[in-house]
Every structure is written in C-alpha cells, then in structure tokens.
Design a protein around this ligand. Structure first.
Ligand code: GDP
Ligand code: ZN
Length: 470
C-alpha cells in the first residue's frame, strides 16, 4: 500500500527502563531475520502474531551482539500502521537504542519521518485524521481533563459526531437534488418547511460543537490566569497554597523570556497558566506597583481573574473599580484571611458590587476554601454547556466531544457559515442549484476534520508536527 519499510526510535531519548525501536512495512519480517537471534530456536516464520520473543539484536554485517531484547511481532493488518510491525524493546540507554536502530537501518530500511507511523495508520484506514491528531493531544496533555478529551477523540467520539452531521447534510443534498431533477408536485414530502427544519438542526449541532471549542481550548492550552488584588491581601500566599496543594507542574515554557515566567498549575483538572507570577512575587503588590489602570489591562487580557480581598479589611475604591470592571469576564472573588475573627468586609456591599459573581471565603494561610475554588473554576470552564443538553451532567462526562484543535474549530466555522447561507437561501426561496453549492462546501469542510477531504499539504503540516517514532 504505502511501499517501503521505515524505522525509528519510539521512546524518549535518554536513560530509561526500556527503549523501543519500531519498524513498519513489508520488510519487517526480513529485518527480524537479519538482526534478531531468538533465544529459543524458532524462526519468525513460525511466530504467531502479537507475541513477544526474547533474544539478541545482532549487527547484520558481522553478527556481533548489540543488546538483549524483547522482540514484539505484530503482523498487518492488525497493527498500528496496518502493516507488518516489529518492535525491539532494548535496555533504555541512548547507546543500545541507537546501535539497535543502526542495525535495523543496515538491514535495509529507511529512517522514518516525523509522524510517519501515524500517517501510515491514517492512510491504512486504521485512524481518521482527528484520531491521529488525538495521539499528539494525548502525549501533550497537561491535565486529567485534557487527557480525557484527547482519549475520547482517539476513540472516535468526535469523528462519529462529525460523520453524523455530514450524513444529515447528505440527506438534505439528496432532497435538493431531487428538486432539481423532478417537478415539485411529484415530491410532496420535500417541503421548504421540512428542508428548513433539517438545515436548522444541522446548524444547531455545528454550533453546539463550536460552543464547546472554548472549553477544549482551555483544556489543551490552559487558561491565562491573573491573580489580582491590593498589597498584602494574600496573593502570594494563595499562589503558594495552590502550588503546594495541587501537585503543581511548574514549568518554564520554552520561548518565554526569563522575566515573563509563566507557571502552569492544575486545579480541579483544569490547567491554569498563571500570568506574570514573577511580577507578583517580586513586587509583592500588583495594584500598588503598576496602578489600577495597568491592572485593569492585565485583567482584560486574562481568560480568568482571581480577585483577592482581605476579609479583615474593607473594600477600597480601587477594589470597587476593579471588581466592577470584571463584568462578564470569568472570574472568582476570593475573600482571603477568613480565618481571622476580625471581619471588616461588608458582605452586602461586596454583593452589590460583584452581582452574581461567585464569592468564596477562604484562608490561604490555613489552606481552606481551595477545593471550592477548584469546583468554581471547573464550573466556569464548562459553563458553555450549561444551557445545552448537558446541563446537570457531570463535567467529567461532558468532555467527550470537545473541539481541542484550532484546525477543527476553523473548519467548523466555515461549515457553519455555509449552512447559514443555505438557511437564508431557503428563506429567500433561492433555486436548489444555489443551495447545493453551499451545502457541498459545508460537507467538505467537515470532512477536513476527519481527513476525508484534505490534500497532501495539510497532511504534511499535521504529521510533521509529530515527533519522530510516532
Ligand atoms: P500579597 O501582597 O497580596 O502577595 O500578600 P501576601 O501573600 O504576601 O500576604 C500578606 C500577609 O498576609 C502575610 O503576612 C501573610 O502571612 C498574611 N496572610 C496571607 N493569607 C492569609 C490568611 O489566609 N490568613 C491570615 N491570617 N493571614 C494571611
Ligand atoms: Zn505578594
């Protein structure tokens, strides 16, 4: 089908328990014969598929032993790539893995391009494009929820939903084409009302996926989060409490400068990218140092604002002004230092300023209130689904067909704009010929998501972003 045989190291480079060299293609069996000496006699020709064999990798030129390995044999088409696949599980050091790869290449196969195994899985019909992209999503996921979304995408949740909408589009197309070919009197079932209703339901379904793409983006990329508040209210203490309690994954993101450090924390399964925490730490007081105006700018650029107040102190004019500017922005108001018996904060006044924004009483010092914060953040992230069918569902269930890739979102937006053109065309009683053009375009745009209607250039772009060996 695809042709030649490819090989690559499939595990991370460096020291580890095992390192795997993966081979795929018609010559996989030949490779085993040339570089593998089984401990227990039998030749690969007598092996059952999907079995492991202990033995040695040897160099094909002079037969010298390279490493003791387990050789996994998976005959096509029931393999990842749908081709014959062999994996050598070596000891996990860079030299045994590299030398094993060299032996395999010497046996006459080619080094794989990045993503070439996944590309073959796609071309072999083992995965559609959205599923292949899910593999990268799984590898790069940052939290439990992000992983969940990627795994269900790999299992085909999203693909099935896209296919269903495409089939509905095809059904409408068939009706429109019937109207082109036959006089309307002969087709009493195909009324304009019926067509409008079908198109509306297609549009609703696409919109539902688009609405949830925001959630998918958050899970994939993290929410840009600003912790704001006056000096001494406890912003640094909150940050430290979050970092401690939530088993922080503290990373320096490559490409950012040293003075604009961003930190990732996972809270309630949601990744937060804390913006300019370095600033908070060094100056110890965002508002005082940079002023109300600048703070407002920071908050406007954030996806999520955690606004911290000191419960033992009253609301200042700055607090009021900043809180009012939050309006519809996803945000949580935290009344910190609630462990203190002194309580000068007027709750009624606070409620009148923040409206129905969530307010949480907490203590960064004693570490309570953080679970409620986590629950509130989950609620804000999954808010888009609140009005839909999913309301009342466990947020753990609602991640199933989230749109996590910008590519998918863009294709859905194009599909939606074509569907909306069809809808207004029906209202204006345009000729069916016109309508079919837009409907076909919508069908194709959706097909790009699962890879049924994409060109080589898009495939190149997607698979080259994979690592080698995937
Ligand atoms: P920031 O300037 O907003 O970053 O505030 P800090 O986190 O540096 O805290 C200022 C002071 O408030 C420190 O002395 C903290 O120990 C204290 N503090 C912070 N959180 C709490 C809390 O929940 N309860 C009490 N009682 N004190 C706190
Ligand atoms: Zn501070």
């Amino acid at each position: 089908m695809v042709g030649d045989t490819i090989a690559a190291v499939a595990t991370a480079i460096g020291e580890g328990g095992i390192g795997i060299v993966r081979v795929s293609g018609p010559d996989a069996k030949e490779v085993i014969k040339k570089v593998f000496l089984p401990r227990y006699g039998s030749s690969v020709d007598s092996w059952t598929s999907h079995t492991l064999h202990l033995g040695h990798v040897i160099h094909p030129d002079d037969g010298h032993v390279i490493d003791e390995v387990l050789c996994a044999w998976m005959a096509g088409p029931r393999s990842f790539t749908t081709e014959d696949v062999v994996e050598f599980h070596c000891h996990g050091g860079s030299v045994p893995v590299r030398e094993t790869l060299n032996a395999v290449l010497r046996a006459g196969v080619r080094l794989a391009e990045p993503g070439e195994f996944a590309r073959r899985a796609f071309l072999g019909g083992r995965l559609d494009l959205a599923q292949a992209e899910a593999i990268i999503g799984i590898i790069r996921s940052k939290t439990r929820d992000g992983l969940g979304a990627a795994v269900s995408q790999l299992e085909g949740q999203l693909s099935r939903r896209i296919s269903k909408v495409r089939n509905e589009i095809l059904a409408v197309l068939a009706h429109l084409e019937a109207l082109i070919d036959f006089p309307e009197e002969d087709l009493p079932d195909i009324t304009p009302e019926r067509l409008s209703k079908d198109v509306q339901s297609i549009s609703t379904e696409i919109q539902r996926l688009l609405d949830r793409s925001q959630t998918g983006r958050v899970l994939q990329e993290g929410w840009r989060t600003v912790i704001a508040g006056r000096p001494n209210v406890g912003k640094s203490s909150l940050l430290n409490a979050l970092l401690d309690e939530q088993r922080a994954i503290v990373t320096d993101i490559p490409g950012t400068t040293r003075d604009a450090i961003e930190e990732f924390i996972e809270i309630g399964g949601i990744p937060l990218r804390l913006v300019d925490t370095a600033g908070i730490r060094e100056t110890e007081d965002l508002v005082e140092k940079i002023g109300v105006e600048k703070t407002r700018e920071y908050m406007e650029k954030a996806d999520l604002v955690l606004y911290v107040l000191d419960g033992s102190d009253g609301l200042s004019n700055d607090d009021e002004e900043l809180l009012r500017s939050l309006q519809d922005r996803p945000s949580v108001v935290l009344v910190n230092k609630s462990d203190l018996t002194v309580r000068r904060l007027d709750e009624e006044q606070l409620q009148s300023v923040v409206g129905d924004k969530p307010v949480i009483f907490m203590s960064a010092k004693e570490g309570w209130g953080l679970e409620e914060l986590a629950a509130q953040i989950r609620r804000l992230v999954y808010k888009n689904e609140a009005g839909s069918v999913l309301s009342g569902m466990d947020p753990n269930e609602s991640r199933l067909d989230l749109i996590t890739q910008a590519r998918h979102r863009e294709a859905l937006e194009r599909a939606q704009s074509h569907v909306l053109s069809v809808k207004s065309g029906l209202e204006m009683a345009l000729s069916p010929d016109f309508l079919t053009i837009d409907l076909k375009a919508a069908w194709e745009a959706l097909g790009e998501i699962i890879g049924e209607t994409v060109g080589e250039d898009i495939l190149d772009k997607i698979f080259s972003s994979f690592c080698i060996g995937k």
